[in-house]
Design a protein around this ligand. Structure first.
Ligand SMILES: *Cc1c(COP(=O)(O)O)cnc(C)c1O
Length: 471
């Protein structure tokens, strides 16, 4: 039995590119294999979808693209050209944002920061999304008396949800406000922020409610916050077919349970706990099941009534209180905006009967740490085939764990050396977050791809400039 297929969702411009074999071959000839391709036009379309929701619901808002999802300069330049802001989390990202054309007043610095990053961020005139009281005290010492540093307080420790290592605990927010009151000439409180590692609307509404309370508390201390920053966490759509995801998940669990053919490699359990004949827990790949676009999640959030606000919806409460809504979407802006293409080197049979398709790529180049990608790679083969097989994709490193898939993937036939293999939707956290240069392999080239009337144009990511913008 071959495993069920899990087709990837692919943006129209990306699908058109993959259908144009001349363009694909030209990209690989020019930039080598493997290669990361980013599509700024998909970034723009994702941004437009979020803006459409916000324009209808929230009169005042700011979108800060979370740079950390991808090192790409093309995405940063696309964000700058579109007039949004950027969220950076290291001195390198800060400098990249400046190079992409962002002035300090459109840069927000989040995450845990040391002295070096704080100093550079203050010098840039960026807004500091403060993680802890030490940071706040350090900023007091760094700020000039005549130019207060704009700060947001990042809050965590809300009633619901997992504990977070980031932010100021809700219980310590009072102490932070004391500090801000004492040093009002050096620090200017813009508002409160959070970033939750979940897509659950209920949890986010709880955090919004707590932050609105803090805004009121700050008013009583004669501070004047006007920003509510709800962070990122809007989800991506990876699968083209939710029922295919479910079918694969069921087949994989049957294999783990021993009631169906084993689809896993060795002892891999993908986060499931296998106990006798039963399976407990959730899989590491659950995010690949999502079918709700980010814009719909955002619309739903804004239309949710806030407890304690007379049943008014979140967008209404923000508008009534003249509050600015800030968002820090990362993965939602680059959803389906990047792919990675590798090449088959050889195919072999392992002793356990598995078919291994060996690529010129390592697992960490297309997989976020600790995860397993549950959409299928796409094989671009010159010939049509109709002999379905289940294969594992193997990486190029001399490590047992460098299997690109630890699960069998259904293909129409066994690939041949030289066939191209496309990993879809790698732009957020897949292509850059874990990639190592083990084995002295250089990192793959990153290339921006745009479609115009004459076809596809390609340029090194670092050289990309959006139309009409001279940087
Ligand atoms: C990573 C991060 C984001 C972006 O998160 P996504 O889930 O990619 O939208 C936004 N804000 C902060 C503080 C982050 O650390």
């Amino acid at each position: 039995m071959t495993p069920p297929a899990v087709p990837a969702a692919v943006a129209p411009v990306v699908a058109a590119f993959l259908a144009d074999r001349g363009a694909v071959d030209a990209a690989l000839r020019r930039f080598g294999s493997p290669v990361h391709l980013v599509f700024p036009q998909v970034f723009d379309a994702n941004l437009t979808a979020l803006r459409t929701v916000l324009d209808a619901a929230a009169p005042r808002y700011r979108i800060c693209y979370a740079h950390k999802v991808n090192r790409s300069g093309a995405f940063a330049r696309a964000a700058a050209a579109a007039g949004i802001a950027i969220d950076v989390a290291s001195v390198w990202e800060l400098r990249a944002a400046q190079a992409a054309g962002f002035a300090g007043d459109r840069i927000e610095v989040t995450g845990p920061k040391g002295v070096a990053l704080l100093r550079e961020a203050v010098a840039a005139g960026a807004t500091i999304n403060v993680d802890n009281l030490w940071e706040l005290e350090t900023l007091v010492a760094m700020a000039g008396p005549d130019s207060p540093v704009p700060v947001l307080l990042r809050i965590s420790g809300f009633a619901e949800g997992a504990p977070s290592r980031f932010g100021i605990d809700l219980g310590a927010a009072g102490a932070a406000l004391e500090l801000l009151v004492r040093h009002r000439a050096r620090l200017r409180l813009l508002g409160f922020a959070f970033h939750l590692d979940t897509a659950a609307t209920a949890e986010r509404i709880g955090a919004v409610t707590d932050c609105l309370r803090l805004i009121e508390l700050a008013y009583t201390r004669e501070l004047a916050p006007s920003v509510l920053d709800i962070g990122g966490g809007l989800r991506q759509v990876f699968t083209a077919d939710a029922t295919a995801y479910d079918a694969y998940d069921a087949a994989l669990r049957a294999g783990l349970r021993g009631t169906g053919p084993a689809l896993q490699w060795g002892a891999a359990t993908f986060g499931y706990q296998v106990c006798g004949g039963a399976i407990h827990g959730g899989p590491v790949y659950h995010k690949y099941a999502n079918t709700e676009p980010a814009a719909a999640i955002l619309a739903d959030l804004l239309a949710t009534p806030l407890p304690g606000h007379g049943g008014h919806t979140m967008d209404r409460v923000l508008a009534d209180n003249l509050l600015d809504l800030w968002l820090e979407p990362g993965k939602a802006l680059v959803d389906q905006a990047g792919i990675t293409i590798a090449t088959v080197e050889f195919v072999k049979q392992a002793g356990n009967g598995a078919t291994l398709v060996h690529l010129d790529l390592s697992r960490d180049t297309v997989t976020a740490a600790d995860q397993e990608v549950l959409i299928d790679p796409i094989v671009l083969s010159a010939t049509a085939r109709d002999e379905p097989v289940g294969v594992f994709f193997a990486g190029r490193l001399c490590l047992e764990r460098d299997l690109i898939t630890q699960r069998q993937v259904r293909l129409d036939g066994v690939p041949a050396p030289g066939d191209r293999v496309v990993f879809a939707n790698t732009a957020a956290y897949h292509m850059d977050l874990s990639a190592a240069i083990a084995g002295m392999h250089p990192l793959p080239a990153k290339v921006a791809v745009c479609r115009d009337d004459s076809g596809f144009t390609l340029c090194p990511d670092a050289d990309y400039r959006p139309d009409g913008v001279v940087v």
